[in-house]
Design a binder for this molecule. Structure first.
Ligand code: FAD
Length: 335
């Protein structure tokens, strides 16, 4: 979704950075810092363990953070979001931002709601664009609603605006910063305890394949694939395109792929440059998670399938006939 360059400046914009288990920024960080730079000065806020702060600050500066606020917290690994809520509340006091941006992920959505209570703010959920009003004064948040059929705008009258941003929807990037101001502190604002984490296991990344959330290209398969074995065709095309693998709920329910691959209302929302839908009918609940993709390609044997209503390129045909040819052609072009 296009964003409007800043004609006004909203001052400091806090960005909550999610980190991986080895303490590096997750892939959502670049888009969030880019989104922050559209409306103001990006201030990255991350919870970290002692010893990792230096490398993390360098990573965040390279992604465009003008200021980096690192909170070292005891309970970071054991309580879901509590340290992040406290760190953001402290950073709100330090930087007096107009806006806080977080990723529209399960973890950060939880933090957004809790921060709104602690810092007396309001949440604008699942943003696909940020811009200024006509006077260049007020930040406006854009949302794709009703399966992406309509675009709405929201703003907050007074108080702190907390925005959850759909990963991949805003692809502006901030300029790298060579000399960011780095602050390392403890968490002083208490937040009500969150759910306790007893045990955590990283979901192993599929070898060489991009993660679905925030991927630049996604190939998704539906019930039309017919079986778990046949679903390998989706994976093959994904690998030929360097894309992540997604699925409809029907494919997930049928056991072709795990729930972590589900795109849609009750799955993950994606907004890649390219979304290829194979054997997916295009139900509203699926579309709501992918309709803001920049280019949509659909292959379906039913020409009346609703997916063709939103496809930029459509092929009416059998996936088992069309997709192998597509893969062959892609491989031929590469060699
Ligand atoms: P189908 O609707 O059965 O479509 C299969 C398609 O494959 C058909 O269009 C058919 O023409 C085509 N096809 C069959 N064989 C071939 C072939 N050989 N070659 C080419 N095409 C072929 N769905 C989601 O995806 N994500 C969600 O998050 C989600 N959340 C939901 C939440 C709620 C509350 C509810 C009620 C439903 C939700 N659903 C969700 C389910 C949704 O309504 C649809 O049932 C689901 O998306 C259908 O998946 P599908 O397109 O794979 O299957």
């Amino acid at each position: 979704m296009a964003t409007t360059p800043a004609s006004g400046k909203a001052g400091n914009v806090l960005v909550l950075i999610e980190t991986t288990s080895d303490g590096t920024p997750k892939s959502t960080a670049a888009g969030l810092l880019g989104a922050a730079a559209i409306i103001g000065t990006p201030v990255a806020v991350a919870v970290t363990s002692p010893g990792r702060a230096g490398a993390l600050a360098d990573d965040l500066a390279a992604l465009g953070a003008t200021h980096v606020y690192l909170a070292e917290a005891e309970n970071a690994g054991t309580e879901l979001g509590t340290a992040q809520v406290g760190a953001l509340a402290d950073a709100v006091n330090t930087y007096a931002p107009s806006t806080v941006l977080v990723a529209n992920t399960n973890d950060s959505r939880t933090v957004a709601g809790r921060l709104a209570v602690v810092a007396d703010g309001a949440v604008a959920a699942d943003a696909v664009g940020l811009l200024y009003d006509d006077e260049g004064q007020e930040v406006i948040v854009r949302h794709a609603v009703f399966g992406g059929d309509y675009t709405t705008e929201s703003a907050v009258e007074g108080g702190l605006m907390i925005v959850t941003v759909r990963p991949g929807a805003i692809d502006d990037r901030a300029e790298p910063v060579s000399d960011p101001e780095v602050v390392t502190a403890g968490v002083t604002t208490p937040a009500a305890p969150g759910a306790r984490i007893d045990e955590a296991t990283d979901v192993p990344a599929e070898a060489g394949r991009p993660v679905l959330r925030g991927a630049k290209a996604v190939v998704a398969g539906g019930r039309g694939l017919g079986s778990k074995e046949n679903f390998s065709l989706v994976e093959e095309l994904a690998d030929a395109l360097g894309a992540a693998v997604g699925a409809s709920r029907a494919a997930v329910d049928a056991g072709y792929v795990p729930h972590s691959s589900q795109v849609g209302q009750t799955g993950i929302s994606v907004a890649p440059d390219l979304y290829v839908a194979l054997g997916i009918s295009g139900a509203i609940q699926h579309r709501s998670g992918m309709q803001t993709s920049k280019a949509i390609v659909a292959i379906n044997k039913d020409e009346d399938s609703p997916i063709f209503e939103i496809a930029d390129f459509g092929i009416v045909g059998d996936v088992f006939t069309v997709v192998p040819q597509l893969i062959e052609e892609l491989r031929a072009r590469r060699s």
